[in-house]
Design a protein. Sequence first.
Length: 278
Amino acid sequence: MPRITISYRRDDSLGVTGRIFDRLAARYGRETVFRDLESVRVGLDFRAQVRKALSETDIVIAVIGPKWLGPRSGNNRLMNGADPVRVEIETALRQEVPLIPVLVSGAAMPSAEKLPDTLNSFAYRNALTIDDGRDFDIHISRLFDAIAEILELEEATSARTVPPEPLMPRPEAPPATVSSASADLAQLVAERDMLRSERDTFVAEVNELRDRERMYAMEVNYTADEAAASQYETDHAELTAALETNRRAFAKRIVVHNFCFVILSAALACLGFYAFMR
């Protein structure tokens, strides 16, 4: 629930402020709506109390009645730097707390000429009017809508301006680490080249066995000697078995080779990235 603070003068708008307080408390919870910030223990600086209270506030509602500036013309309370209402409004503006002026009992927004320089921007705030008569319910609903709109805007702004996580500085690697990485890189390249050479040797052996198989098959088909043909068939069967055995062994070796090659390539890429970042 939002934390709402009401700024007002007792001798100016006590009755209607009480009704506004009750409606806000019923809507958002009595423990989230506050007023009478100037009630500070004797001997304490009420400015510090106001600063602390508004730092924990989501929205400030400034209730302005006919006597908000003063009971008589020419007696402007806001010209007194210690005026509690002035301190509350100044603090809200300085801390950039969302501030809603609420006009009651026929009051109008004070002009900038009637406000001290520190409150000059307050004169240009768009105000809501709350009539204490039969339109009170309609006007208080508009206040609820304004509060909801401000809260949604604040939530959207906070989501867009969340600071990124600070990047952790890279630890300085000692010279020995760089030398070790270079040695590992050279070793990986050598192992990769060795595996490539071994793969080429296996391919050559398989091709040779296939050629011999074709040659034996041709000799068996064209010879007229039964003994020779039988021997050729025996040799062909042995050669075929040897070829199948070599094929299986080669298949296992080539799978292992490809797996090692992928791992080594990934390691080389990581080392290359590491060298680039250095």
